[in-house]
Design a protein around this ligand. Structure first.
Ligand code: 13P
Length: 284
């Protein structure tokens, strides 16, 4: 069933669990993620980042594919434009049928962030499309902010942002970073801040940069009010691992056989995260 994130995240907020959002970019990655969700009977979000939409599969191309897979599936599936930075691209994705978008305007000051996010909320509401906003800086893919304190979300700003924009979900920064961490490093999460943001906003909250966070951090984040967890790197790394393994075993492997097996192998990583997020059995 093809749905927006709104209702699945509302239930997650009420039921104190998180829905997994996995970065995909083509038919094979989306199908593997949806298959994992079906095996776990979990709601799921297909996240596609702006860069992949611009360089690999644009919204006209990918939307009908994900929509078809979703409507064939036995679980709720949302398609979310992840880290949409430009209004034009966000508008286009909505018009092309994305069921959800995330506005990444945290490069602006609070007023600028509110302005762009609110504009997208107004446009998206005509299409019944849910909107995720972001406040704070998540690090790595956003430049210098990796371990700097100022990247963390300020609870008072979060409250103002939520009230003024009318978003459906709020991405916050509590210590994660996009991409792989240096070897052996597990990020330190600011759970006190998370608790405070939850109490003050009562919103569905989103954790970006889920890869490499460690089981303890993920479980505790869910306990303290995270309702959507974004994972990209760990999923794509699982695809690479499968590729390397197969090429190691058979360097002359046929490309079709290789791709097909990668898709199958990557399902396990998604199931692992669905279990951690406590969304197993939560699809209606
Ligand atoms: P990771 O690649 O670190 O899991 O981050 C994914 C993400 O947050 C996409 O928005």
């Amino acid at each position: 069933m093809y749905v927006s994130m709104k209702e699945m995240l509302r239930r997650a907020n009420e039921g104190n669990y998180a829905v997994m959002a996995i970065n995909c970019f083509n038919l094979e990655t989306a199908r593997a993620v949806i298959m994992a969700a079906e095996l776990e009977k979990a709601p799921i979000i297909i996240d596609i980042v702006q860069e992949h939409l611009l360089t690999h599969s644009d919204s006209e191309l990918i939307t009908p594919i994900v929509k078809t897979l979703a409507n064939r599936a036995s679980v709720e599936v949302a398609l979310n434009f992840d880290h949409g930075e430009e209004y034009e691209y966000l508008k286009k994705a909505i018009e092309d049928g994305f069921s959800s978008v995330m506005v990444d305007a945290s490069r602006f000051n609070l007023e600028g962030n509110i302005l762009l996010t609110k504009k997208v909320v107004e446009f998206a509401s005509k299409f019944n499309v849910s909107v995720e906003g972001e406040i704070g800086c998540m690090g790595a893919s956003e430049g210098e902010c990796f371990t700097v304190n100022s990247m963390y979300t300020d609870p008072k700003e979060a409250k103002k942002f939520v009230e003024e924009t009318g978003i459906d979900a709020l991405a916050i920064s509590i210590g994660t970073s996009h991409g792989n961490y240096p070897d052996g490093m597990i990020p330190k999460f600011d759970f006190k801040r998370l608790k405070e943001i939850k109490e003050i906003t009562k919103m569905p909250l989103v954790l970006h940069g889920g890869s490499g966070s460690g089981e303890y951090n993920i479980k505790k984040s869910v306990e303290y009010g995270i309702n959507k967890i974004n994972v990209g790197t760990d999923f794509l790394d699982a695809c690479c691992e499968s590729t390397k393994k197969q090429l190691g075993e058979n360097p002359n492997i046929n490309f079709f056989t290789l791709m097909h097996q990668v898709e199958k192998d990557s399902i396990e990583k998604v199931r692992y995260y669905i279990k951690l997020s406590k969304s197993t059995g939560k699809s209606i």
